[in-house]
Design a binder for this molecule. Sequence first.
Ligand SMILES: [Zn+2]
Length: 231
Amino acid sequence: MVPYVIRRSGRSRRISVTLDCQNRALLTLPKRATLKAANEFLGECGDWLVDQLAKGAKTRSLLEYLRDKPFLTLNGKKNFVSFAFTNRCPYCEYNIKTSKVLLRYDPHTVNELRIREALKKFSKPFITQRLQTLCELKSIDPPQRVTVRDQSSRWGSCSVSKGISLNWRLILLPIQLHDYVILHELAHLKEMNHSNSFWGLLLSYDRRSHKLDQKLDEAGREIISLGQSAA
Ligand SMILES: [Zn+2]
């Protein structure tokens, strides 16, 4: 069973189907096509439609995600997110005393990329600071450089020149996973591979590393895809 909407168009010559923004099948019929023909056509598209709907269901917008899970990891703590209006570009306000983040945006002109830019900009000082704190806590020599970027498929990377680059979406991860990614990249400063000595070092920073690596793989999949569509 697939929810669908039928539209008649004088310009179309054959029956076609697309997905609309609410993830419903939008069936376009030429003026004279019968509903029976439309139903048969929809039946033939079955597999394709189910695939498309499954894909669509996974790609929530950043705002939808945050409204559902209104938390950001900042300074090694969980912070509650609420929402408010602005008629300017979206931005975040942070109340350090209450650990609350206010994300301001204009619902009339809201745009996924602008929300992403606001969160990315907001995340930078917190992620950089957390890396420094972890270096102090674990007595690790800090990297030459830390950059926070919008990688599409990686949580972080470490270069031969001892620079660490981290994905801004770390603030969307729970605290344990947030810190795990940072410690993982810090371990790469000394071991540029995933050898036994790398894991030995990483486990000395956090004994739960194997488990967290697996958790990141599962829990991180949806989060890393957030904010990547231009919708
Ligand atoms: Zn690695």
